[in-house]
Design a protein around this ligand. Structure first.
Ligand SMILES: C[S@@+](CC[C@H](N)C(=O)[O-])C[C@H]1O[C@@H](n2cnc3c(N)ncnc32)[C@H](O)[C@@H]1O
Length: 295
């Protein structure tokens, strides 16, 4: 059990509902820290997710748990778990596969000038909001496929997320076999290995994939975007959907500043880059190219 101030036992009823006031407090905290919007329609979803933490730590009510997290010095460490519990981490290998078809064709088109320039520098790709790693590993596998026929081609994938537990999973690079179903068979054979633990149906990413991807924590709302050299491509898919309009606009501008001239931004298919015509032009749905270098 925990630091809980109230004694609880197996008969304690856990189901105190999340009050409107506590919902607002949690929503304000999450909006300020991570930019994620939690309107009233999300109240029962939040209640379910926070209930798990409340139970795990042995607090008698949601209200007590929330007070501990938001009001006490002892809550600092738990705030990370609160954020983890609230964020939606859904992801997949080859999610929104059009993007990866486009990526491959686009890079093949870009290779000639890179080759002509003597392959001077690696292509830099940022997966921002990478969740548990499926997106950056998909990018790395696709890039390795290109490298097979173009040995001079080099790339790096920088993968970031606000969620520490997602990044732990990503760095472990081990997934249930069922999760890699969207990976084309030929790619699977080259870059996925049976896990050493033969009792479980797990696969792990091959070392040559892992070494191309660097993971780090990064809060898109509050961290500094001083990347040098800048990126050739940024994937930020299904992340900004949870942000309000002004945070989305600000982050899109920061992405523009973090891209090389002509760099490409991928967003989720259900997202839009409205109001960003100063910086970006659309190439295909959910793919934009930087057109301006105004800082
Ligand atoms: C739904 S997942 C999307 C994963 C992947 N990009 C994809 O499309 O499959 C959204 C991710 O954004 C992360 N996220 C949410 N708010 C964030 C913030 N302020 N800064 C960085 N990452 C954030 C979450 O932790 C989560 O892993």
């Amino acid at each position: 059990m925990s630091q809980a101030s109230t004694q609880v036992d197996a008969h304690t009823p856990w189901a105190d509902p999340l009050s409107a006031k506590d919902h607002k407090r949690v929503a304000r905290y999450i909006q300020q820290t991570a930019g994620i919007q939690l309107p009233a329609s999300k109240r029962s979803l939040i209640e379910g997710r926070l209930r798990k933490r409340q139970r795990k730590l042995g607090y008698a009510s949601l209200h007590e748990y929330i007070e501990m997290v938001l009001d006490s010095g002892a809550g600092a460490a738990e705030r990370l778990h609160l954020l983890d519990a609230i964020t939606t981490n859904k992801t997949d290998f080859y999610r929104e596969p059009d993007h990866f078809r486009f990526l491959r064709e686009y890079i093949l088109g870009e290779l000639a000038p890179l080759r002509a320039a003597g392959w001077e520098r690696p292509l830099r790709i940022w997966s921002a909001g990478c969740s548990s790693g499926e997106e950056p590993y998909t990018i790395a596998m696709e890039m390795l496929e290109i490298r097979q026929d173009n040995p001079g081609f080099h790339f790096q994938v920088h993968a970031t997320d606000i969620s520490v537990s997602c990044l732990d999973t990503a760095r472990r690079a081990i997934y249930p076999h069922a999760r890699v179903e969207p990976v084309p068979l030929a790619v699977r054979r080259r870059y996925l290995l049976r896990s050493r633990d033969k009792t479980r149906d797990l696969v792990r990413m091959a070392p040559e994939v892992c070494e191309k991807v660097r993971f780090a924590t990064f809060n898109l709302l509050t961290d500094s975007y001083d990347f040098e050299p800048r990126f050739d491509m940024i994937f930020c898919r299904n992340v900004m959907i949870y942000f309000n309009h002004s945070d989305r606009a600000q982050i899109a501008q920061r992405f523009a500043h973090s891209l090389q001239p002509g760099g490409v931004l991928f967003i989720g298919h259900s997202e839009t880059l409205t109001g960003q015509t100063t910086f970006f032009q659309q190439l295909i749905p959910a793919v934009y190219q930087k057109i301006s270098d105004r800082r």
